[in-house]
Write a protein that binds this ligand. Structure first.
Ligand code: GLA
Length: 399
């Protein structure tokens, strides 16, 4: 398969002027916290989205992706106001967001390349940020990290229509190699906790189930609303002011209030809130464990986070649950869970590098015994922690 740089040359008979790169992210502890303003821990990994690009003086944005068939095109001053229902919506929305804040003079031609299969690593945030990076560069704009995060989140919330929080974008921007990002999504305060000198080495394994899928918007949004409903009801039971429904969130509910009134909640709302409150505690304990170099504890908390996603958040396809179960019984894995929202895609694991070969062999064997039809589609990728988004004016090697 061609790289984005080669494809660009083939299409335009010119070198790209730059390559914009944004890494994917993992979130071992802190799933489904962000949209209700909780805390998260996460890391960027050394795989992501590359865009080979050149400016276009006539203001046209013209994009193709090595992963999708259709090419997409629009003018910086005439972006469709509604989403069009294809992969390029994130980038139409991003053009609108940037144009709302800054004058745009140039468009760009670009070729997009994703380095891992889609689902669970937040390729949507990564492609949005890589694109924003390129469009800013061709227009000589330098928005702050926080502005980039806000624009990319707004694309998902307002243009694409998914009620996601800022976990993905924050990990993909703030992360630093060999550090754990610990972020409070309510205040935007964050800390990059260095890997303790005594912490054992680890590989980040991405176990791709073989079933690709972008975020299942309706199921995702319903769970966010279930959390809001729980927050609304709990505040009402406790006599707290509850404000506008669309702005309410579990972060505004003290844990004691939840414990006191949780049995009055409908079962599904209670489970969603149970996940949120226990995940909040796991994130705090996990950040402390990382600080101490205690990878065993951090990993165990990630396994517990996975359990709660299955039983309280009630997500996970049969493939992801099977992978999670196998991981639980595999030597050399400190911990892991579904990566991302949990609707198909992949699991991530933190693993002892001395066991990587053995783990790969065991998981592949057991998984394909259950899902023989996924032979050739299931894959394991060994990754490492990485820095957040970088914009490079020169052309690094791609791959
Ligand atoms: C998706 C969303 C994030 C976050 C995760 C689950 O990746 O985009 O905002 O909610 O799911 O933790």
């Amino acid at each position: 398969m061609l790289t984005c740089e080669q494809k660009f040359q083939e299409l335009y008979h010119k070198e790209p002027e730059g390559i914009s790169f944004c890494p994917y992210r993992i979130c071992p502890i802190g799933a489904h916290s962000d949209h209700n303003l909780g805390k998260i821990t996460g890391l960027a990994i050394n795989k992501g989205i590359h865009i080979a690009y050149r400016p276009k003086e006539n203001g046209v944005v013209e994009l193709c992706s090595l992963q999708f068939d259709k090419r997409a095109q629009w003018h910086i001053a005439q972006v469709p106001a509604q989403r069009q229902g294809d992969w390029a919506d994130y980038l139409r929305g991003a053009t609108l967001e940037l144009a709302r804040r800054y004058p745009l003079r140039r468009g760009m031609s670009g070729v997009i390349e994703g380095t891992l299969p889609i689902g669970g690593l937040s390729s949507s945030a990564a492609v949005t940020l890589a694109f924003l990076g390129a469009l800013c560069r061709v227009n000589s704009l330098t928005p702050s990290a926080l502005e980039l995060i806000q624009m990319a989140v707004s694309v998902e919330n307002n243009y694409v229509g998914v009620s996601s929080g800022k976990l993905d974008q924050s990990c993909e921007i703030y992360s630093k190699r060999n550090h754990l990002l610990y972020l409070d999504t309510r205040t935007d305060e964050y800390e990059l906790i260095p890997t303790h000198p005594q912490m054992p080495d680890y590989d980040i394994l991405i176990l791709f189930s073989g079933v690709e899928r972008t975020l299942a918007g309706s199921a995702f949004n319903m769970r966010v609303d279930e959390c809001r409903s729980a927050a609304y009801a709990l505040k009402a039971y406790a006599g707290l002011p509850y404000g506008k429904f669309a702005e309410t969130n579990l972060r505004e509910v003290p844990r004691e209030v939840y414990e006191q009134y949780k049995d009055r909640l409908p079962d599904t709302w209670r489970r969603r809130a149970e996940h949120w409150f226990t995940e909040y505690a796991r994130v705090e304990a996990g950040a402390e464990a990382w600080r101490q170099g205690d990878l065993e504890t951090y990993g165990r908390l990630s396994f517990e986070s996975g359990w709660s996603s299955i039983n309280n958040w009630e997500t996970g396809s049969p493939e992801l649950k099977a992978l999670y179960d196998i991981m639980l019984h595999t030597n050399g894995i400190y911990g892991g869970r579904f990566s991302g929202a949990g609707f198909k895609g992949c699991c991530m694991a933190l693993a002892n590098p001395n066991y990587t070969e053995e783990i790969t062999h065991k998981i592949t064997h057991e998984y394909l015994r259950t899902f023989p039809n996924l032979e050739g589609k299931f894959s394991i990728h060994v990754c490492h922690s990485a820095d957040g988004i970088s914009l490079s004016p020169s052309i690094p090697s791609v791959g």
